[in-house]
Design a protein around this ligand. Sequence first.
Ligand code: TGC
Ligand code: FAD
Length: 395
Amino acid sequence: MEFTESAFTEKIEDFYHVSNLWTDEERDVQHMVRQFVDEHVKPYAGQWWQQGEFPPSLIPELGRLGVFGAHLPEVYGGSNVSPLVYGLMMQELERGDSGLRSFASVQGALAMYAIYRYGTEEQRRKYLPAMALGEMIGCFGLTEPDAGSDPSSMRTRAHQDREGYVISGAKRWITNGHIADVAIVWAKDDTGTVRGFIVPTQSQGFSSRPIKTKASMRMSATSELYLDAVRVGKEMILPQAQGLGAPLSCLTQARYGIVWGTIGAAMDALVECARYASSRTAFEHPIASKQLVQERIVDMQTRLLNMQLMARQLGILYQSDQLSYSQVSMAKRHNARAALEIARMARELLGGNGISTDYTAIRHMANLETVDTYEGTYEIHTLIVGRDLLGYSAF
Ligand code: TGC
Ligand code: FAD
C-alpha cells in the first residue's frame, strides 16, 4: 500500500488522532519546537552524541525558543504555558535527543522551579529571567556518590555560622554540573533538616568534573560536584525549602516532563524503523510485508499509544489541579520503560544498521537507559505507586 511521506509519519505517530484533541495554541507550540528540532538538532544529533558534549550554541537558541521554565509566570521570564503545552515542548525536544530535553528539564523544572517555588522574590528576580534566556545555566545537585534512590541518606552538610553557611560534601551524576553558573545544592543543616542553597559555581571550594565514560546520554553534560567548605551568605538559602519534600516536589515537575519527552524519543525511533521496514528488502520482498515484522511494529505502536493517552490524561489532571506525585510516578515508570522497549525493538528491526548512529534507534535506546534510571528508577516508582495504592511502604 502507498502512503505519502507525511501521511505515513502522521499515521505512525498518532494512530488514534490524539492530536485532534489539541487546542490551536498546543498545536502551534508543538509545531514551533518541532520545526526547530528538525532544522537545528536532528541533522547533527548523531555527531554531537558521538562527540560526547552538549553543543553550547544551542543554549541561547533554546532560550529564544522559550523552553526554559516555560510554565513559570512571564514576570520571571516564563510564558505561563499550560502543562499540556509544556508537555508537548518536552515531547518535541526529546524527538531530537533525550539530552536536549534533559537540558531543558534541569534548567527549567529543577533549577528554576526550585528558585521559583522556594526562593525569595529577590532571588526570583535575580536569577530566573537570565536562566529563562539561557544566559545563566543551572544544575540541581541532589544525588551523591552513596545516596541516589534514597536521598534522605545524603551526607552533604551545611553548617550555619554568623555570616551564612559553610557547605561540604560531594554530588554525583549531576546534569550540566560542569557547565553551570549556579548549582542548587541540597544539604542537611545542623538540625539534620534538608535545605536548598543557590551556590555560584565560581565560589571558593567549589569544583566539578565531567563524567566522560558514559555509553548513554552522551549529548548531555554529566558531572561530579565537590564542595569543600564552600561559604555562602544567608541570602543564598532557599528559605521556603525545609525538608526532603522540597527537592522531591521539584522532581515531580521534571518527571512530568519526562512522561512527555519519552513519547518524542519513541515516536522518532518508531517512524524511522517503520520507514526502513517498507524500503528494506529480504527474501525478495520488503520486510514490512513479513508477519513477524508487522507484529513488532503493531506492538510498538500500541505501546506508543498507551504512552500518549497516559500523558494526556496526566496533563489534564495537572491542569485541573488534581495531580498527585504518585500519578506522575506511574506515568514516568510506564513511559520511560515503554519508550526504551520501543527503541530496542526499532534497533532490532534495523538489523546491522541498527547499531550505527547514522540511524536514531540505538542513540535513543542508549539514552533511554538513563531516562529509565534517573528521576527515580523503575523500581522506586513501582514502590511509590505501590505505597499509594496499598498503604504499605516497601522501600
Ligand atoms: P517520603 O517520606 O516518601 O517523603 C518525604 C516528604 O516528601 C513528600 N514527597 C513528595 N512531595 C512532592 N513530590 C514528590 N515526588 C514527593 N515524594 C515524597 C512526602 O509526602 C513527605 O512529605 P511530608 O510532608 O510527609 O514530610 O521520603 P522517603 O525518604 O521515604 O523517600 C521516598 C522516595 C524513595 C520515594 C524518594 O526519596 C525518591 O523519590 N527517590 C528517588 C530519587 C530521585 O528520583 N532522584 C532524582 C535526582 S534528580 C535527577 O535525576 C535529574 S535527571 C535530569 C533530568 O531530569 O533530565
Ligand atoms: P541506587 O540507588 O544505588 O540503585 C541501584 C539499584 O538498586 C537500582 O536498580 C534501584 O532501582 C535498586 N534499588 C534501590 N533501592 C531499592 C529498593 N528499596 N527496592 C528495590 N530496588 C531498589 N541526580 C541529580 O541529583 N541531579 C541530576 O541532574 C542528575 N542527572 C543525572 C544524569 C544521568 C545521566 C544519570 C545516569 C543520573 C542522574 N542523576 C541526577 C542521578 C539519578 O537520579 C540516580 O542515578 C538515580 O536516582 C538512581 O540512584 P543511584 O544511581 O544511586 O542508584
